[in-house]
Design a protein. Structure first.
Lengths: 336, 292
């Protein structure tokens, strides 16, 4: 069971308060949009971290579930007629749960392979999903894309319902990671990351732990995709299943620190506004790609382990994502 | 039946080019534990370079390979030295995926800036020449492309099997620690090996530019195919990559004529997953992690 520490509680409350207050302080529509995308990536990176950080399984295909969530919302609207208003938000838990359940067989297959092969298999997962969105025309409308209902929200507070739903998804992701990291699942995932064969030998059900992490992260990411679809109003296969979305969540987790509770959030808060700023100011998308690549390379060279673990090292206390070659410290590590 | 055989011929000819592309990708993995996600972007860069050489200076794309390869070799070795060598060895396999992904984005951005996003194709005068043999069509460009790929692959094989450098490479693949104890300079081999794999990628790009139209975004499609090819063949296995590439070429073109072109690449992904269910290490891969 996760330990509730005063410091941890204070951190959680502070982050939550910042995200909740933000739209009231920065209420210009474009600032609220940046806020929305920041929270979205924070939620997705946090969820990705459960598998990619805690378990060390570098999935490069989780954007597939983002797209599946987006298409699930669009299909529910077009083919089932869930209606407009707040209904698309209300069905989100169903979408998340459905995608999580659906991702179990996918995970069982993909998690048979490890390390680089796993990363590659998950990349192909992303492209399979994109191809299906293009090809299953009767369901997805193919390359022409699908439309969502027009949200009936006032102009001045248009972003708010999306923003607060996204904050809800984000908090669900953080709570999920917190509960997992402090509990038995977190220990199992950590054991898998350090030495999977030995973990198996010690009687840990590695397949169970990996699959639960895979499904849970997929479900959260699908909910984020669902909100995104409603916000955009129109989705296309190439934007719903975008390799850049995967790269976004991976990069943010790496920047903040893999296997830390707040690392992905920190990464998102730094990178998304920068990304949005670059995209607006350098309207030319090619220069934007170049800048993104440069930021990426600098991070990988200077801080391959992320900000939070690096800072922790400076402070002298051991984090959960220590270098494998280093001896274990005699004092217990500080759990977040 | 006639149609299927014709499709299979086309598939083998195209598959040969993919074999060349995949061979250098799997080489980079075998030697340096680097999954070069930028391979697709480097191929597209090679295609653009040969396009420019042809359009502006009238250099034949096959001749252009000889001009571009040395430059690509130097650039590749430089990239390895600056960005890949500093990665910690126990994390290199996974971190290299991200570093090379950044290369890919950078190359895509640069190409988009220089050439914009319209599709291009290198079209030398003989691009539509066609031979008929026993009722089947053989396109000259595709045959030349297949032949060029075969020659480069044979050269690569000879280099790996019969030279001092090749022995050092293979020793590093089999056991890096023993190799370095026996005097192989792992860092030098890694830099040269990466340079070689980039040179092959641009050469393959020159060939690719003649058989398919391309734009800066084409690398996503290329790399997703190539990665599945090398996983199917078994990571690090050169022979496996060639077999898997030819297999992919045939499956795709047969599915394209028999069912529908929109389902052809999906079929290959499905086959990949089916194979991984039975043999997680790929067709010719070793059963142990890190084995070859």
């Amino acid at each position: 069971v996760s330990r509730v520490t005063p410091l941890g509680l204070a951190r959680g409350a502070a982050v939550t308060a910042c995200f909740v207050i933000y739209p009231f302080v920065f209420s210009a529509p474009y600032l609220e949009t940046i806020g929305l995308f920041t929270v979205m990536y924070a939620a997705m990176a946090t969820a990705w971290n459960l598998l990619g950080g805690y378990a060390g399984y570098l999935s490069l295909g989780h954007a597939a579930f983002y797209g599946v969530g987006a298409y699930a919302e669009a299909i529910l609207f077009t083919h089932i007629g869930i209606g407009s208003g707040y209904r698309p938000f209300e069905v989100l838990p169903v979408v998340g749960l459905g995608v999580a359940v659906l991702s179990v067989p996918v995970g069982l297959i993909a998690l048979r392979v490890r390390a680089a092969t796993f990363a590659i298999v998950t990349i192909s997962l992303l492209f399979i999903a994109q191809q299906l969105a293009f090809n299953l025309r009767s369901l997805t409308n193919g390359a022409q894309g699908m439309s969502m209902p027009l949200p009936p929200f006032g102009v001045n507070t248009f972003e708010r319902p999306f923003y607060f739903s996204m904050v809800g998804v984000y908090l669900a992701a953080v709570l999920m990671c917190w509960a997992a990291a402090g509990g038995k699942l977190g220990l199992m995932l950590g054991a898998i990351r350090d030495d999977e064969d030995r973990a198996r030998g010690l009687g840990i059900s590695t397949t169970y732990a990996k699959t639960v992490a895979f499904a849970a992260s997929s479900g959260v990411i699908a909910m984020a995709g669902g909100i995104w679809a409603y916000y955009e109003g129109f989705i296309y296969p190439q934007f719903a299943f975008d390799p850049l979305v995967t790269i976004g969540m991976v990069l943010m987790t790496f920047l903040g620190g893999r296997g830390t509770l707040w690392g992905p959030t920190l990464g998102a808060v730094i990178l998304v506004p920068a990304q949005q700023y670059l995209a607006y100011s350098k309207g030319n998308s090619d220069l934007y790609l170049l800048a993104y690549a440069a930021v990426f390379l600098v991070i990988m060279l200077l801080m391959p382990r992320g900000i939070i673990p690096s800072v922790r090292d400076l402070a002298g206390s051991g984090g959960p994502f220590r270098r494998r070659s280093e001896p274990t410290p005699s004092e217990p590590g500080v759990a977040t | 039946m006639h149609l299927i055989v014709q499709a299979a011929i086309l598939g083998i000819l195209t598959g040969g080019v993919y074999a060349l592309m995949a061979s250098s990708l799997t080489l980079a993995f075998g030697v340096m534990r680097v999954i070069n996600v930028a391979q697709g972007a480097m191929i597209v860069a090679g295609a653009y370079a040969s396009y420019s050489l042809f359009a502006d200076f009238g250099v034949d794309p096959f001749v252009a390979i000889l001009i571009m390869a040395p430059g690509a070799f130097v650039i590749g070795a430089g990239l390895q030295l600056v960005f890949i060598r500093p990665l910690r060895s126990d994390e290199r396999e996974e971190l290299s995926l991200l570093v090379t992904w950044a290369f890919a984005l950078g190359i895509e951005g640069a190409l988009g800036y220089i050439y914009q996003t319209t599709y291009r194709a290198t079209l030398p005068s003989y691009v539509n020449d066609d031979y008929k043999l026993g009722g089947y069509h053989f396109s000259l460009v595709r045959m030349l492309a297949f032949a060029a790929s075969g020659v480069i692959l044979a050269g690569l094989y000879l280099l790996l099997a019969h030279t001092r450098f090749g022995r050092a490479v293979r020793a590093t693949v089999q056991n890096p620690t023993s190799a370095s104890l026996l005097g192989v300079e792992a860092d030098r081999v890694a830099a040269l090996g990466f340079g070689l794999s980039v040179a092959i990628a641009t050469a393959a790009g020159a060939v690719f530019g003649m058989i398919e139209p391309f734009n800066p975004g084409s690398h996503y499609d290329l790399i997703s195919r190539l990665l599945t090819v090398i996983v199917l063949g078994g990571l690090g296995s050169l022979g496996g990559a060639v077999i898997a590439a030819l297999f992919m070429g045939v499956v795709e073109s047969v599915v394209a004529v028999e069912i529908s072109p929109t389902w052809s690449s999906l079929t290959f992904f499905v086959i990949l997953i089916a194979v991984l269910l039975i043999r997680p290490q790929g067709l010719l891969g070793a059963a142990e992690r890190g084995g070859l």
